[in-house]
Design a protein. Structure first.
Length: 335
């Protein structure tokens, strides 16, 4: 990889660091903003809703370089303002802006990288860096919040995307592919089950871990399990989506073990492996807007659905995750 193509892949890391930094801090954000337990989940659901709507707002008349530069500016600027935590609803609305802006990076990552590189490893690297960015954002947020405070942690991590804006101002990209045979409902369903499964469990786990006695730094460190997403896409590129599915299902089962970090890492490796293969498949078909929209619709639903499961046995959440993964795999584009 070289030039701005490499920066496009790298952008997949920094925007997801900004997106997911608040996740391990949800209980602490609720205390700072004086809102009931579960309310801060809207701070994760709002950017997911922005990512649902954002792909449909991208116009083919806007050059990809412009959309990518504006998207990175929106992610970084919105994250800085949201991290100031000057009110609950401003926090939620600014997080929505972050999601709308981030959709440009997600859509063009899947639609352009298969055209810029012949090897599927480029999309695997993009998805792996999504996982790396989310991992570092979550884990660093916990450590920084314990050392410097919650607001400082969110501000430091939120501004990272602004560093990449200049690289796209004069970049040249090919036009994204037009849809060959649009099937938006299928693409949205397949994408939706992946992020629903991921964030549904990730939103439940801070409460489960805090109840087990972990502090903010410990909870943040647990999210190093997202490093499983670094190797999952490459395993799926080599062995196929079926192996990724089995990794996800086995990992979900291992989350019932006394030390669940290994299970969560394996689960995430499988989910990110599926995401790489499905995203590339729909990207080559010109259906990346529908796939990305559906993917984050699943994330939006996860943020809204998880609070009632705080009062249920954890096994109930795992059964729901296994069911939706099997449904999505049935309609995937790699079969």
């Amino acid at each position: 990889m070289g030039g701005v193509e490499r920066v496009l892949v790298l952008a997949g890391a920094v925007v997801y660091a900004a997106l997911y930094a608040p996740q391990p801090l949800l209980p602490a954000i609720e205390r700072l903003l004086d809102v009931p337990q579960g309310y801060a989940g809207l701070g994760m659901a709002a950017p997911m809703l922005g990512l649902v709507l954002g792909p449909w707002l991208l116009s083919s008349r806007v050059p990809p370089r412009v959309a990518l530069a504006v998207g990175l500016l929106g992610v970084g600027g919105g994250s800085l303002l949201a991290g100031a935590l000057f009110g609950f609803w401003p926090f939620v609305l600014l997080r929505f802006l972050v999601g709308v802006s981030l959709s440009a990076v997600a859509v063009y990552g899947f639609s352009l990288l298969p055209r810029l590189f012949q090897s599927p490893q480029a999309v695997s690297a993009f998805v792996a860096l999504n996982a790396l960015g989310g991992t570092l954002g979550r884990s660093a947020a916990g450590a920084l919040a314990e050392a410097l405070g919650v607001r400082a942690a969110l501000l430091l991590l939120g501004g990272l995307p602004l560093l990449l804006v200049p690289f796209f101002l004069r970049a040249r990209f090919p036009a994204p592919p037009a849809p060959e045979c649009p099937r938006p409902a299928r693409a949205m369903l397949v994408g939706g089950v992946l992020l629903f499964s991921n964030l549904f469990l990730a939103n439940l786990l801070p409460y489960r871990l805090e109840a087990a006695g972990l502090g903010l730094a410990g909870i943040g460190a647990f999210y190093l399990a997202y490093l499983g997403g670094l190797f999952g896409p490459f395993v799926a590129a080599r062995f196929g989506a079926r192996v990724a599915l089995w990794m996800a299902l086995l990992g979900a089962g291992l989350l019932l073990a006394p030390a669940p970090v290994l299970g969560f890492a394996l689960f995430l490796a499988g989910v990110f492996g599926l995401h790489a293969r499905f995203g590339e498949g729909f990207g080559r078909r010109g259906e990346s807007p529908a796939y990305v929209s559906g993917y984050y619709l699943g994330g939006t639903l996860a943020g809204l659905v998880y609070p009632p499961f705080l009062r249920l046995p954890f096994a109930a959440a795992l059964l729901l995750v296994v069911f939706v993964l099997l449904v999505g795999y049935r309609y995937n584009p790699t079969k």
